[in-house]
Design a protein around this ligand. Structure first.
Ligand code: PLP
Length: 421
């Protein structure tokens, strides 16, 4: 290719790291798969099953309808906003105070995060972000010139962020705390009381609490939290009696995982109607409106898709149990939930990047090292305990593949000539 660019890239883009998943696939490319030993991919968090025929048919019809070809209002299809407000009452409890006016539909949850970040913070402001992080959160903030302030989470604390340590990080420049539960990459599911403590902190310091709940429907043990409910709700005891979620809390959701339609690009922001116009301003420039056909298709089907969403979540939960049972003894699970299990590998003094590289290239098992979800460390630094974590996505494989992965991990202990724990 001749030439090269005769202009300069923006500092925002230059400072933003590259998406890490292609790196893992580059390792996988070097693996020689055979019918007896196929490549086993537990790297990317993508649904392992298609949506049900009911939804596929509706998507086809909506895509072919001339009425779906036009723009929508920035905040999305009113019928879908109504359906999701109803759905959230099913998901968060009948006392959840959410209305269609609290909803803005976006072209995916990543877009929801970009729009919210733009609405909340300017270049030079700070946003507190737990580490390990979901890489697009950090990338978005850096791209916009917003400084991510790192709140480290620890294996010994189940990778749950500490509200006390977070309080010490709040500065006059802080605009928001961003959490993700069930977490990507650790899988940690934050307890209701922990979320209430973060909500209290955010309210007291007059900053926003943004919670990415992309994996909320994969919590099979009950409601994700009670922040949408009155302060009297059981786990809200740390909240002040005048708690009203709209002053502080911003919820983000993705349709990609619950409804298995990542390619159709739908997400959602649930926030105060006082904030929605600001989000709409950002959305008007980013997308005008989210894709219309999937909104039209989904709106009437949300209640009928409930059994599908629940069954998919139960299948993933079952796979987590299987993974826990079959994982070789020396591999230790630090936290697990949503789509992911966060596992400490057994090779002493070896960086997870190196373990994941060899697992992909030699064993045909594709996973992501924790280093892909945090700040870049020193290349030649001593390998610390926190450098030994690997993310496994249990969602995009079937039960048999989970067993095969575990067999190959056991094999790797013999094949890799590294000292074991
Ligand atoms: C935590 C989190 N947020 C957002 C997304 C992106 O969701 P969407 O496909 O709706 O943009 C993902 C995808 O993996 C995710 O893990």
């Amino acid at each position: 290719m001749a030439g090269g660019l005769a202009f300069r890239l923006s500092e925002g883009i230059k400072n933003t790291g590259k998406p890490p998943i292609p790196q893992a696939y580059a390792w996988a490319d070097a693996y020689r798969a055979t019918p007896e030993r196929p490549l086993l991919d537990m790297s990317q968090g993508v649904p392992g099953v298609p949506p049900p025929p009911l939804l596929l048919d509706a998507l086809a019809k909506a895509a072919a309808a001339p009425t779906s070809c036009g723009y929508l209002p920035n905040a999305g299809e009113p019928a879908l906003r109504r359906a999701m407000a109803e759905e959230m009452k099913v998901r968060y409890g009948a006392d959840a105070d959410v209305t269609p006016d609290d909803m803005a539909i976006t072209a995916g949850c990543n877009m929801a995060f970009v729009a919210v970040a733009m609405a909340l913070a300017d270049a030079g402001d700070e946003v507190i972000l737990p580490v390990p992080w979901y890489f697009n959160h950090e990338m978005t903030l850096t791209m916009l010139g917003i400084k991510p302030v790192l709140l480290h989470t620890l294996a010994k604390e189940g990778f749950l962020p500490s509200p006390e340590r977070c309080a010490e990080l709040v500065s006059p420049k802080t605009k928001a705390i961003v959490l993700c539960t069930p977490n990507n990459p650790t899988g940690a599911i934050y307890p209701h009381s922990l979320l209430a403590s973060f909500a209290k902190l955010a309210r007291e310091r007059n900053i926003a609490l943004v919670v990415d709940e992309t994996y909320r429907d994969f919590i099979t043990s009950g409601v994700p939290h009670h922040l949408f409910s009155p302060p009297s709700a059981s786990s809200n005891s740390s909240l002040h009696a005048d708690w009203s979620w709209r002053s502080t809390f911003i919820h983000l959701f993705s349709f990609s995982k619950s409804y298995c339609i990542p390619g159709h690009r739908l997400g959602l922001v649930c926030a105060s109607p006082e904030l929605i116009p600001a989000i709409n301003t950002a959305l008007d420039n980013l997308q005008i409106c989210a894709p219309r056909p999937p909104q039209v298709a989904l709106a009437p089907l949300i209640p009928s898709l409930r059994p599908f969403v629940r069954e998919t979540a139960e299948a993933v939960a079952h796979r987590h149990t299987l993974f826990r049972e079959k994982l070789p003894e020396r591999w230790k699970i630090g936290s697990q939930g949503g789509y992911y299990a966060f596992v400490r590998h057994p090779f002493k003094g070896v960086h997870a990047n190196e373990v994941c590289r060899r697992l992909a290239m030699e064993m045909g098992v594709v996973t992501l090292p924790a280093g892909f979800f945090g700040p870049k460390g020193e290349e030649d630094a001593t390998v610390m305990d926190e450098d030994r974590w690997v993310r496994f996505s249990v969602a995009n494989v079937d039960d048999r593949k989970v067993e095969l992965v575990c067999e190959r991990l056991a094999e790797s202990e013999k094949v890799f000539d590294w000292e074991l724990d």
